[in-house]
Design a protein around this ligand. Structure first.
Ligand code: 9WN
Length: 442
């Protein structure tokens, strides 16, 4: 599909309208009805989008996020800025019960978990796009220090074997909620059946969301964590879900690398040295523990059960984004993404399905089990481009533009090109879809 100047212009206009529509007082909701609060990694991507059209809002978005940082440095995954939309979303602030920990903020409720640490590369992007850098040095210095505390929290509390790989302790921390990789974790135990009313399925068809059975596991992990008072050591001892995730760790590595450069630019050399050390350590951990030679990409490690879990996923290409894969591994991954595992039997699909076609759990419309996600394409495009795979990068970028033009600003899209899947899926008028479009049309 060719995009002429006026098509690109109208896409840009629509992106701006979407972001403005989803702006609240000091932050952006991911999607007005489905997700009415502030989410960590959404805010990061959205803030980069804002920085191209309204730099004040870009900074304020992050400032609001830092305002909810826990005393131990954790930046929470959801910040429940107000109570009323709770009717729209479950599990609500009460179920998460952040007040169970003395370390949670007193002025606002949050969840007791985090999300992929995107803020490092986000801050560098914002800083590079500032016109008057001198004017905002205080903002950036303070922001870098907040993210430093966040990363320090991750390394001190989530890397028990000192491998440079931090673990996630809830599937929502991955950002890729019902990823097929967790199925083997759930298969090892049964979660209680909770009596609750889901709100997500009021907004989106059940077939596009995780199953009710999956939700019992999600709720159970929250309940167990809350009962530990969100004490990291206690959670480490009892939680059945402790995963070293290639996307989360690659994003952490990339953020460390960006923050090292940014700290130098801000005259914070001692922080830069630490970010460099963390980058090297995590790169080493990812390379020594997470690559699966048979699959030809990076994969997951279940720390609780001491076993590698291999599924073909979009997330398994993320180490390219952080520049930590060798040329040889990058070549293998380029071959894999262009194979029937990711393009489908006829090699004619859109890139990049969140789960490969060859997985038995593949489902083109069910959330993280097949659909394409715009922000994942954005970071994979950067990754493949860095290694010289320009055509793959172009396709990742163009497919998102084509899908948004044809189907709208949806949360996710089917990778299969056919009449059967002519619509977009999940939430509509989605903030990071708008932000990512602004970024890739730059
Ligand atoms: C739980 C907000 C979030 C994203 C996640 C996405 C989805 C939430 C949910 O929406 O997760 O965090 O209720 O399904 O999976 O990546 O941050 O857009």
């Amino acid at each position: 599909m060719n995009f002429n100047h006026s098509a690109i212009e109208s896409l840009r206009e629509r992106s701006i309208v979407t972001l403005k529509k989803n702006w609240r007082e000091g932050f952006t909701v991911p999607s007005a009805n489905l997700y009415p609060f502030q989410w960590l990694w959404d805010s990061g991507f959205v803030s980069m989008g804002w920085s191209l059209i309204d730099k004040y809002k870009a900074r304020l978005e992050l400032e609001t996020l830092f305002g909810a940082q826990w005393e131990n440095g954790m930046i929470p995954h959801i910040i429940f800025h107000n109570d009323s939309p709770e009717k729209q979303y479950f599990p609500d602030a009460k179920f998460h019960g952040s007040e169970a920990s003395d370390l949670s903020p007193k002025h606002v409720k949050t969840t007791g978990m985090t999300q992929p640490p995107v803020l490092g590369f986000v801050l560098e992007f914002l800083f590079e796009n500032e016109i008057d850098k001198q004017k905002y040095l205080d903002f950036y210095r303070s922001a870098v220090k907040s993210v430093f505390r966040f990363h320090q929290y991750l390394y001190q509390n989530r890397d028990p074997k000192n491998e440079g790989l931090v673990y996630i302790r809830h599937n929502w921390e991955s950002g890729t909620d019902n990823c097929a990789v967790w199925d083997s974790v759930w298969a090892r135990y049964s979660a209680p059946t909770y009596d609750f009313v889901r709100k997500d399925t009021l907004h989106v068809d059940q077939s596009q969301r995780p199953t009710k059975k999956d939700y019992n596991y999600y709720m159970n992990l929250i309940e167990l964590s809350r009962n530990c008072g969100y004490d990291e050591q206690k959670m480490y001892e009892i939680l059945p879900f402790l995963i070293q995730d290639p996307l989360f760790n690659s994003i952490l590595a990339k953020s460390n690398q960006c923050l090292s450069r940014l700290s130098n630019a801000l005259d914070l050399p001692e922080l830069s040295v630490q970010f460099d050390e963390w980058y090297a350590k995590t790169a080493h951990g990812i390379n020594t523990k997470l690559f699966d030679d048979v699959l030809g990409q990076y994969t997951y490690f279940d720390l609780k059960n001491n076993v590698q879990i291999s599924e073909p996923t979009a997330m398994g290409f993320a180490p390219l984004f952080a520049g930590i894969a060798s040329e040889e591994r990058a070549n293998k991954m380029a071959e894999l993404i262009l194979s029937k595992h990711f393009l489908g039997e006829n090699l004619d699909g859109y890139l990049c399905p969140s789960l490969g076609y060859s997985s038995s759990a593949f489902d083109p419309v069910r959330y993280w089990r097949g659909p394409i996600w715009p922000h994942i394409n954005w970071l994979l495009a950067i990754g493949f481009k860095q290694y010289g795979f320009l055509e793959i990068a172009e396709k990742l970028r163009n497919d998102i533009i084509e899908l948004s033009v044809k189907k709208g600003f949806y949360e996710y899209f089917s990778p299969i090109k056919s009449e059967e899947f002519k619509i977009g899926y999940g939430g509509e008028d989605f903030s990071w879809t708008a932000a990512i479009l602004l970024l890739i049309m730059e």
